[in-house]
Ligand binder design. Structure first.
Ligand SMILES: Cc1ncc(COP(=O)(O)O)c(C=O)c1O
Length: 466
């Protein structure tokens, strides 16, 4: 007879919970609104004065996780690039917590470091970056990878920067992003000491893409003013509208104007794994650096960003430090604390390694192709039912409005309020810089199917009264 002690019971309960979430069966609601006061009142029972038995704790915490968070595993959560996670990635994260390898130094975690290197090289090849002088590492997320890119770009473009600092450059470095770039760049210029005046926000064209002609003009103007343009950011899958900037044009412009070309493909970058659709991000292979979040369209848990770069020498020079208390690397290895912003860190890469290994390249690419096909279906249905799409992209982010909303009969916010109160689905709203206020929905769950999309559309039609 198996002895059922507490740990067996709790592990069985955990397995049941994982099975429940991964059964594909939708939770009752995507999420109901809750007041902070109610959550806090509940938490007041945890005064940490005495122990709480683990089974009780497990039951209470899982209940809070189910009821008081939006459920990313709900097929009608069509949210902000937050994925339903693969079973392989959940198991990977549990193994990481269990063994807790320390990735600062290679010699502490050869298996973990090499698995990360292996999977990053695979994605790097898919991006089309050259193998020679290739550098890549995991980051906490896309913001962190973008910050890394800006730092390495400064080091490359201003050789004195690493030693003398910004104040001694004798020029104002400037960075260019589109009006739809992720707002992490607003923080990055502050973080790096460049200041927000160093960030040029280039208007978008009528397709919501960075306007390359306007960018060229601004670069010329800045040079005339004595500033030094050093970095251009193109986005492959903008946060609000899933738009891909004209990457080949930006690459040419960067070459001509001696700027570092960074592609923020935090969400859209996964598409390089689809033979059928990778052309949508053509030009990414010319980037000096690329950001991709595994924790977005690769369906793995937070946090797992990735930084890719074609200038390993510069990246190493940027981050290398001497610390004689750290173990020494072997000749043909590297220590991540030497080659990235981070020091002690979690084995973030296992969840991507196991997800890709378990599905295989073909399986993963089919998953993306299914999402693209589902996206085309949803666009078609929206249009057929009188909704108006306002973001010209083939990637599965949908920004849409309705003549009744445009005419003022009902507002986007009123409709969202009803939807959130019902808790049957979750979409959001964006105000695009071209003045359109629109709903924003995104496919983030590999379990979402046509029935879910039909349901969402029916709900929208019902509320709008058609
Ligand atoms: C295009 C883009 N870049 C960067 C980020 C920031 O990524 P993270 O939230 O992982 O820091 C996001 C987040 O949604 C994004 O959409």
């Amino acid at each position: 007879m198996i002895e059922t002690n507490t740990s067996t019971l709790i592990l069985e309960a955990l397995t049941r919970e994982i099975e429940r979430v991964h059964s594909g069966e939708a939770p009752a609601a995507v999420g109901k609104s809750v007041r902070a006061a109610d959550v806090r009142a509940h938490l007041s029972r945890y005064d940490f004065a005495g122990p709480v038995p683990l089974p009780d704790l497990f039951a209470d915490v899982t209940r809070m996780m189910r009821e008081w968070n939006l459920q990313m595993n709900h097929p009608r959560y069509m949210g902000l690039f937050n994925p339903n996670t693969t079973l392989a990635s959940v198991i990977a994260d549990a193994l990481v917590a269990l063994y807790n390898p320390q990735l600062a130094a290679w010699s502490h975690a050869p298996a973990a470091n090499e698995m990360e290197r292996h999977v990053l090289e695979f994605v790097g090849r898919k991006l089309g970056l050259p193998e020679e002088n290739f550098a890549a590492h995991f980051t906490s997320g896309g913001s962190d990878a973008n910050l890394t890119a800006a730092l390495v770009a400064l080091a490359k473009q201003f050789p004195a920067y690493l030693r003398k600092g910004l104040v001694n450059l004798g020029t104002q470095p400037v960075m260019y992003v589109s009006a739809y770039a992720h707002n992490s760049f607003d923080k990055i210029v502050k973080h790096l000491g460049l200041g927000t005046d160093a960030l040029r926000v280039i208007p978008a064209n009528e397709n919501l893409q960075l306007d390359a002609a306007a960018l060229r003009k601004q670069i010329d103007l800045d040079r005339q003013k004595g500033c030094t343009p050093f970095m251009v950011v193109g986005t492959a899958g903008t946060t609000s509208a899933g738009i891909v900037d004209p990457l080949p044009e930006l690459a040419d412009l960067c070459r001509e104007s001696d700027c570092w070309f960074h592609v923020d493909a935090a969400w859209g970058g996964a598409i390089v794994l689809s033979e059928k659709w990778k052309g949508l991000v053509r030009g990414i292979e010319q980037a000096d650096s690329v950001t991709i979040d595994a924790h977005k369209w690769f369906f793995v848990p937070f946090g797992a960003g990735m930084f890719f770069c074609r200038h390993k020498d510069v990246a190493e020079n940027t981050f290398s430090v001497r610390a004689d208390y750290m173990p020494k690397p072997q000749d043909d290895t590297y220590d991540p604390y030497h080659t990235s912003l981070q020091w002690t860190r979690r084995f973030m890469g296992l969840k991507l390694f196991m997800t890709l290994a378990e599905k295989g390249e073909g399986g993963f690419s089919r998953l993306l192709d299914d999402q693209m096909e589902l996206g085309a279906y949803f666009r078609e249905q929206l249009t057929r039912h009188g909704w108006k799409l306002v973001n010209p992209t083939q990637l599965p982010v949908f920004c849409f409005t309705h003549p009744l909303i445009e005419g003022g009969a009902v507002s986007t916010d009123q409709i969202l309020k009803t939807l959130y109160a019902d808790g049957n689905l979750w979409i959001s709203a964006v105000t695009l810089k071209n003045g359109h206020k629109a709903f924003r929905a995104c496919l983030t769950n590999y379990n979402t199917d046509r029935e879910d999309l039909d349901f969402i559309l029916a709900e929208l039609n019902r509320i709008i009264g058609q």
